[in-house]
Ligand binder design. Structure first.
Ligand code: PLP
Length: 271
């Protein structure tokens, strides 16, 4: 008898170098024994060291792709990464609103990608408002790093910023991985439970693996989606996903630019 796998949908941008974006998501989710369907929001021009362009796909194509998949699959989890344009963000917002109304148990994980790994802009600032008003209230979790947290809210205080995001509904996992000069060689990830969610806020202190890595945010958020697709509750999925990311970083390999990439196929997962 053939087996079935939980299906996860990724809506994200293409990084042709394979270091980050939707290819990183597919590798992670496939390693976690889920079927991964993909809809590309933006075609970037990128090599292993730099982002040169972000070219959003036409919104009507994005919409048709989402509609075709919707009538075909039941997705246990959806991961959203870079959106590319306001019109694409609106199409994704409508889709997510419909899916979460029909299937409230679908886990929706939003990685609010504003910049590429090299620091160049991947999302226009005006897109932030659509993301906050029309997408975030329908998500289970948003996974900003500290700079994204502040950029999303315009606050200079992390505490105020996190409270504002959590008041919109989704839980917030603030990731500490961007802060690679930490003195005690550990990083902190902080979960604050959102207004529409249940559970307890928590903090994790994780050994810092030295080096510059590409696509770690993509790997973490996809891993959370993968574990949730297997039925793990949010906090348990985050714990498993953090271990998964650490393992992929311990086994990271080098791209031409010298920046390392997590080996997302390295792990035998506990799903
Ligand atoms: N999505 C795309 C298309 C990217 O090119 C990048 C980084 O360059 C990201 C997402 C975010 O990657 P990271 O996980 O390093 O934040």
């Amino acid at each position: 008898m053939s087996q079935t796998l939980p299906a996860v949908l990724v809506i994200a941008g293409l990084d042709p170098s394979g270091g980050a974006g939707i290819l990183a998501d597919v590798q992670t989710i496939s390693t976690l024994n889920c079927h991964c369907a993909t809809v590309i929001t933006t075609n970037t021009v990128q090599d292993s060291s730099r982002l040169y362009q972000s070219n959003p796909v036409a919104s009507d194509i994005l919409e048709q792709q989402l509609r075709r998949l919707e009538s075909d699959f039941h997705f246990s989890a959806i991961k959203i990464g870079a959106l590319g344009s306001i019109s694409n963000a609106r199409v994704v917002a409508q889709y997510i609103q419909q899916i979460t109304t029909q299937n409230p148990s679908t886990a929706v994980i939003l990685d609010p990608v504003l910049k590429a790994t090299d620091g160049n802009r991947l999302s226009h600032e005006s897109l932030i408002q659509t993301l906050l008003d029309e997408i975030l209230p329908y998500c289970t979790l948003i996974t900003p790093n500290e700079p994204e947290l502040l950029a999303l809210t315009g606050h200079s205080s992390s505490q105020q910023a996190v409270n504002q995001l959590a008041s919109l509904g989704a839980s917030v996992l603030v990731t500490g991985g961007h802060n690679r000069d930490s003195n005690n060689h550990r990083l902190e990830n902080t979960l604050v439970i959102g207004r529409h969610q249940q559970g307890q806020s928590q903090q994790w202190s994780i050994p810092l693996i030295n080096g510059e890595f590409r696509g770690t945010g993509c790997t973490l958020s996809s891993a959370i989606a993968g574990y949730m697709a297997h039925g793990h509750p949010l906090t348990e999925a985050i714990i498993h996903a953090q271990s998964f990311v650490s393992h992929t970083l311990e086994n990271a390999y080098t791209l031409p630019s010298g920046q390392r990439v997590p080996l997302r196929s390295a792990t035998i997962p506990t799903t």
